[in-house]
Design a protein around this ligand. Sequence first.
Ligand SMILES: Nc1ncnc2c1ncn2[C@@H]1O[C@H](COP(=O)(O)OP(=O)(O)O)[C@@H](O)[C@H]1O
Ligand SMILES: [Mg+2]
Length: 307
Amino acid sequence: MSTENDISDSGVGGSGPGTARVSVRGLVRSYGTRRALDGIDLDLGPGVTGLLGRNGAGKTTLMRCLATDLEATGGRVRVLGRDPERSAERTEIRRRMGYLPQFPSFYPHFTVFGLLDYMAVLKELGGRRERHDEVRRAMREVDLYDRRHSRVRRLSGGMRQRLGLAAALLGGPELLLLDEPTIGLDPEQRIRFRDLVSELAVHSTVVLSTHQIEDVSALCRRVLCLDQGRVIFDGTPGELVARARGRVWEQGSRPAEGVTSWRLADGRYRVLVPEGVGNPDSTERVPVEPSLEDAYLLITGARGSVR
Ligand SMILES: Nc1ncnc2c1ncn2[C@@H]1O[C@H](COP(=O)(O)OP(=O)(O)O)[C@@H](O)[C@H]1O
Ligand SMILES: [Mg+2]
């Protein structure tokens, strides 16, 4: 039987093993013989952590393991001080966590209000009045209040994405797991989303996987890069950029094979030279200050023409 004391190590504070909301050691998750996660160690405290990596790197699998949606094949996972392998603790995690899956699926015949209310019931969010207030708050947060009577099947892709986000926000979760949350949002909604998440992250732990580098620069104080199920970078966005210094160039002609490059709007080429490759046609190249996107492409080992 678990008590409140069990979660004393999950309080607000730093992100060391003692205070972490999420603590993972040697996490392995296999599908058949293939390891989608291959020994992940992780401690997460409050604030937004960005999860970056190419398709297939293991981001969704990691999110699902933290969301109690998928069991680990090996290693140890603690979420909000609880063990997701124990059913009573798993329920407790689910009540206190919000999760937006990469591909949320909803009952198409429910209305927006009906669906969120149903999810609020599953989360055991108070009595009827309190619960309805919370559902209305979540709808307003994502700008869906005007569509509260619409059937889910009538919503556009962006609206469904916001509905998924509203569901994740129900109950003010201590841990928010968002798997590619900004897909389908227009620029205005994206700004609103960032504002919402950064406000939540003052007290909550947010993990956000994304391919949108602007989301990372705007929101994340910490970045984790995954590659083939392993953490290949863990640090601040600034530290990631620092790694790319001296490796980003621009030049007038199309570079030879073997480096990542793309043509810019002014007809020049931006060239990323990975560590250890050297800089063969350096006479023509002008060094430039790396962006977070350059650094991301370099660390994930993109090769050849990327655009
Ligand atoms: N349900 C599944 N069955 C089998 N293989 C899977 C399944 N889900 C993911 N994988 C594989 O696991 C690896 C990691 O996938 P995923 O976690 O979805 O990566 P990402 O979210 O970073 O794109 C990939 O090789 C993918 O093909
Ligand atoms: Mg994914």
